[in-house]
Write a protein that binds this ligand. Structure first.
Ligand code: 2RA
Length: 331
């Protein structure tokens, strides 16, 4: 069955990657509509050998026959236009954080909680990139050994801040002053992603904590997080420390992860083989390695989890949600 798709924020890094992933995965598109700001309206983008003219996003953008709208246009535009699209019968898959913690809006990682798309009432939220790559390996382990506590420590690429993040790093490495972050990102590590809350955590850290509980549907999980911006262009790297309720053998963990959809285990330290940001860049899987028992607790494990934050962290996950909508005949 072919569907009519709108891409909102078509010229941004994630928007452009939506189009690449839609092509790569041969998503069944009947008609495609590209929407962006006034500044980009009128430009053309090639998709499957055909040129498409970008239209300016406005209140009437969804008056045409659109089945699914993939949004990556920031929280404010999502808050304004997702309800308009929904009223017109469009199913919105939104990348912003605007709707993620709304109890009536599913927060979906297709390898983890695919059935939740069936609960949608017009809007489905795509989780934060750093959350997505963590829950993909965690779900099967949670089902088998029941997670008690998670400690996240992340090392996040500057592309998470969009093109400005990339420019800031590239300019910083040339010795030019940084404009985006509160401190130079070149040769540095900034324990400050998004804004600080009253509880001393950043919004990015609270997103990982809150979104993990919602996606795994377990609000008893004890979770803490420290998210750090590092001078890497693409791919987020994460140290994930997990304590389980039940005993396990490390061999079991390897076997489970090696058989988890969307996970690639890269783990042979003696041959310097472990997940690397440069290796994950441009790929859609979540790479897991450095799997080893945490001897400081009864049933603990450490893992190193790496994924392309623009692909699996955003565009690919969103397209996979759209694939579920087609698969479940929800559009
Ligand atoms: C970041 N995860 O990396 C956030 C949003 N993309 O900045």
């Amino acid at each position: 069955k072919k569907v009519n798709v709108a891409v909102v924020g078509a010229t941004g890094m994630v928007g452009r990657t939506f189009l690449k992933v839609l092509e790569e995965r041969d998503f069944p598109i009947e008609n495609l509509y590209l929407m962006a700001s006034k500044r980009s309206a009128g430009n053309t983008v090639n998709f499957r050998g055909k040129d498409y003219i970008i239209e300016e996003l406005n209140e009437n953008s969804f008056d045409k026959d659109i089945d699914i709208a993939l949004f990556s246009a920031g929280g404010d535009l999502s808050k304004k236009y997702a309800p308009i699209a929904k009223e017109k019968g469009v199913v919105v898959v939104d990348n912003s954080s605007a709707w993620r913690m709304d109890k009536d809006i599913p927060l979906v990682v297709p390898e983890v909680n695919p059935e939740d798309v069936k609960k949608h009432n017009g809007i489905i939220a795509n989780p934060n990139c750093s959350t997505i790559q963590a829950v993909v390996p965690l779900k099967a382990l949670h089902d088998k050994f029941k997670i008690k506590r998670i400690v996240y420590s992340t090392y996040q690429a500057v592309s998470g801040s969009g093109v400005k993040g990339i420019t800031d790093l590239e300019e910083g490495l040339k010795g030019n002053e940084n404009k985006l972050y509160p401190h130079p990102i070149a040769y540095n590590a900034l324990p400050h992603i998004d804004v600080f809350m009253d509880n001393g955590y950043t919004k990015e850290e609270m997103k990982m904590i809150d979104e993990t509980k919602k996606i795994l549907n377990d609000y008893d999980l004890k979770i803490t997080a420290t998210t750090v911006r590092v001078p890497v262009l693409y791919s987020h790297s994460e140290s994930v420390n997990v304590e389980f309720e039940k005993e396990f053998e490390v061999e079991e963990v390897f076997n489970i992860l090696e058989n988890t959809e969307g996970v690639v285990v890269v783990d042979n330290p003696k041959e310097n083989k472990y997940p690397l940001a440069l290796d994950a860049e441009g790929k859609n899987e979540v790479f897991v390695g450095r799997i080893r028992r945490d001897f400081s607790v009864d049933n603990g494990i450490n893992m190193w989890v790496v994924a392309d934050n623009i692909r699996k962290g955003a565009a690919t996950n969103t397209v996979q949600i759209a694939e579920l909508l087609v698969k479940y005949n929800l559009v």
